[in-house]
Ligand binder design. Structure first.
Ligand SMILES: [Zn+2]
Length: 227
């Protein structure tokens, strides 16, 4: 969904939202108060893991004392220098620095990787054969782009389900509490265009402001009238 002033870069959570490594998500929706049972209103209890759908990982994901969602101010989740890279990735393939066709601009604060995997989002392979980020690429952006504060992509996890050991180390490198690069997984980048980066800011809104390691989130690219 988009208009001139904003582009939605996240997916809503639905009963069929894909979940890393699983054939289907384990979201449960349980009726609580129900008018048909004589209650005054309808309410539901929704139960789900926090790493589902478009979500943002914080340092606490891999460090017990790392910063949680609660430790971040809203302003820290607003990015004024987005940069989008198109890189075709195959099943289980790990993103390497030399796959980038163009140089990442130095001032980039959020790096968006579009692999084309969104086309497979309703297939089982989306969650079981997803591409991922290599250790080399994690070191590359950490060492060479100090302005990058977040990385987002259109596949289900930085960890390829076919390469889980490496993915854990990639998370540790990126989410290092000293200077974390937050990770936004399962983004909808279909409508963002490379040229948008000059005109839009990207704002991330975690659903839950809790002392937990990750939260599903809405991500909006909003036209930046000050540029
Ligand atoms: Zn996650």
């Amino acid at each position: 969904m988009s208009c001139d002033n904003y582009i939605v870069l996240s997916y809503p959570i639905t009963a069929t939202t894909p979940q890393y490594g699983q054939e289907r998500s384990d979201i449960t929706i349980e009726p609580r108060k129900q008018i048909q049972n004589g209650d005054s209103s309808n309410t539901f209890r929704v139960c789900m893991e926090n790493h589902i759908g478009t979500h943002i990982d914080f340092p606490k994901h891999f460090q017990s004392n790392g910063k949680s969602v609660l430790d971040y101010e809203w302003e820290e989740l607003i990015f004024t220098e987005p940069y989008l890279c198109d890189v075709n990735l195959e099943s289980g393939q790990l993103l390497q620095a030399d796959m980038m066709e163009k140089e990442i601009p130095d001032k980039t604060d959020i790096l968006l990787i579009r692999s084309g995997w969104s086309k497979k989002r309703s297939d089982k392979v989306y969650t079981t054969e997803n591409p991922g980020i290599s250790l080399e690429f994690a070191h590359h952006i950490r060492n060479n782009y100090p302005s990058i504060r977040a990385i987002g992509f259109d596949f289900v996890s930085a960890t390829s389900f076919l390469n889980r050991e490496i993915g854990r180390d990639v998370h540790r490198i990126l989410l290092n509490d000293g200077n974390p690069i937050l990770i936004i997984e399962d983004m909808n980048l279909d409508l963002f265009k490379e040229e948008n980066r000059h005109n839009y800011i990207v704002a991330v809104f975690p659903y839950w402001k809790l002392e937990i390691d990750s939260s599903p989130c809405m991500v909006l690219a909003v036209r930046n009238h000050s540029k």
